[in-house]
Design a protein around this ligand. Structure first.
Ligand code: 6GU
Length: 244
């Protein structure tokens, strides 16, 4: 999977993604990261890429031409149009299903805005997907691009050590993860739930499923509408006989 990132701050993207799991996947050649500095396409000797908005208003806008030329350099390299994601709080909310869809592509372009945004005309020309990572405002698109690339990357075969761990985590079935414990068996007087030490695999699975359902009900009840709960599980929640 190849990620192209058009940005004024390539070092932010490089530093972030060359770390930990994504960093190792890049070294192994499973992922490839191509950051493109939009400033390299300024086309003037002061390397200026921003200007005032027509009609007035606060702040500066990124100009169309440098962004267009940066995109075109990537398109030329790829030899075809590529799915191009513009990170903006006005976009469609990012979610696991969108990540699964984007993970099917073999190359993606991320366009990171800064200042008050980007001239609309170039967005109309190159952007295929407008995406937000949540209802809050960041200073630029770099962190959202990294969030998306991290999320998509762990769905790419070979990126995680454990081949099946990407499948069974939170949101796959609209339930939160169950709590987990490691050594020691007693930590500062707090014991590991005994069922996990029983060696009884079916009981462990039953307990984990129950914990997932209870946690979701407590912390993310909105997710339960999409979850596939058994009648017994619905009854359990109705009665609220158990605490998380
Ligand atoms: Cl994608 N960009 C910016 N600047 N702020 C955001 C965002 C994106 N998603 C949530 N807040």
């Amino acid at each position: 999977m190849k990620f192209h990132v058009l940005t004024l701050f390539p070092e932010m993207i490089e530093n972030g993604l060359h770390t930990s799991i994504t960093g190792r996947a890049i070294e192994k050649g499973i992922l490839s990261l191509n950051t493109v500095n939009i400033r390299d396409f300024a086309g003037n000797k002061h390397n200026k890429v921003d200007d005032y908005p027509y009609g007035g208003g606060a702040g500066m806008l990124m100009q169309a031409e440098p962004v267009y030329c940066a995109y075109k350099s990537v398109e030329e390299q790829a030899g075809r149009r590529l799915r191009t994601i513009y990170l903006t709080p006005q976009g469609k909310p990012f979610c696991q299903a969108m990540a699964r869809d984007l993970a099917q592509e073999d190359e993606l372009v991320f366009l990171c805005g800064h200042y008050e945004g980007i001239d609309e005309r170039v967005l109309e020309e190159i952007v295929t997907d407008y995406v937000s990572i949540g209802d809050y405002v960041l200073t630029g698109g770099e962190l959202p691009a990294m969030v998306m690339i991290d999320t998509i990357s762990r769905l790419v075969k070979g990126v995680l050590n454990n081949g099946d761990s990407a499948e069974f985590e939170s949101f796959q079935d609209s339930l939160l993860e169950y709590p987990q414990y490691s050594r020691p068996e007693v930590w500062r007087g707090k014991e590991v739930p005994p069922v996990l030490l029983s060696g009884h695999h079916a009981n462990v699975e039953k307990w984990r499923r129950e914990q997932s359902v209870l946690r979701t009900a407590k912390w993310r009840p909105d997710l339960l509408e999409k979850a596939d709960l058994s009648e017994k599980e619905k009854q359990m929640l109705k009665g609220e006989q158990k605490d998380v």
